[in-house]
Ligand binder design. Sequence first.
Ligand code: HEC
Ligand code: HEC
Ligand code: HEC
Length: 311
Amino acid sequence: MKKVSLELGKTLKFLSLFMVVLLLVFGASGEVDAKKKKKKIKLTDEENAMFDRWNVKPKKRAKAVKDLRKKPKFVGAVKCNGSCHDPYYQAWTKSPHGNTYNLLKAGVRKEAKERVKLDPNKDYTTTPLCLRCHTTGYRQKGGFKPAGSKNKKGKDTATKIDPEEPNKEQVGCEMCHSVAGGSQFRAVMKSSKGDFTKADTEKYGQRWDYSNVCTRCHTHPNTPFKPSVHDKYKFNFEERKLKVHKIADFWNEDNADQKLEKVKDRAKEQGQTEKTPLVIEDFKIKKGKLKFKKGTKPYNSKKKTYKYKKG
Ligand code: HEC
Ligand code: HEC
Ligand code: HEC
């Protein structure tokens, strides 16, 4: 009798253990399912109206909206090449802005450096002041990180440089076309297949205040290359603008479909940034680090607001 009850007790114990395991496995997976459901993205009416306008299929909206909702970051010029703006990218790699990093190397443009009392034999490719105006998005999300950059754990985070494929180490597309990086408006351009308005991309951080954005570098108080040093540093926007995109020779059979179809419609529009240009970042070097001065950043990523010049 005693033996039987012992056996029964064992079986019961085993059974209850089995139940617990079952509960754990299925109960937990039920929870995961619920989490998955919770995470399912719900589009706002405004977002849906936007996608309707661009004829984006409902299936594709959740993925597209993910990129749009993330904070803006710099993605690099290479991302604009390959299927959308190949002639612009290729022309840029051969233009002055596609080679600005190289000017920071020792021995390059000796005379110009000496004229502004810089050491022509010094390597300036890790000097914070120079990097702000000679690379893309330095000290901003996704931006260029020079050799020697490390994260908190000591892991090397320096941007890889491929001499065959200029990218964030030069003054890229995003330094003239974006407020704080092009990740979001790139998603707009892709989703809308080029059928977007200026207002559409402006909402996601593209800027159209071209004559203003050049002052980020050319007439910025921190540039060593001022007209007082040499006449050639005078900045005439209308003249210089014509030299930025020499794309004429870069069109061919393979990229002919990349001609901008809506460009004439957009030219008739006036973007908000054209009416009221954005503020321009001011910065200083403090303890060897580049710091943006308070109130001079054109985008507040916490409040998701843009800051325009007054008057
Ligand atoms: C505030 C922005 C800014 C900073 C900071 C800056 N540069 Fe430049 N740099 C420019 C601009 C703009 C030009 C082009 C000027 C022009 O051609 O009118 C330029 C041009 C140059 C040139 C070519 C000049 C010539 O006449 O050939 C060299 C070399 C150069 N920079 C090196 C440096 C170095 C080294 C540093 C850091 C010590 C530095 N720059 C910091 C904006 C900047
Ligand atoms: C130095 C600033 C600067 C850089 C760098 C730059 N752009 Fe531009 N971009 C301009 C200016 C100014 C215009 C307007 C004048 C013009 O079309 O030449 C423009 C116009 C354009 C247009 C036509 C837009 C329209 O709807 O009218 C495209 C597309 C474009 N850029 C793509 C690029 C790409 C891609 C890159 C990088 C490979 C790039 N840009 C780099 C200044 C710049
Ligand atoms: C992020 C900094 C930066 C911005 C923004 C910028 N530039 Fe530049 N730009 C440079 C640097 C650095 C050089 C020097 C390149 C060199 O000397 O090889 C340069 C050189 C040039 C040159 C070639 C100089 C020449 O005459 O041969 C032109 C043209 C020019 N910029 C036009 C513009 C225009 C127009 C804008 C605004 C739409 C603009 N840049 C915005 C940094 C900038």
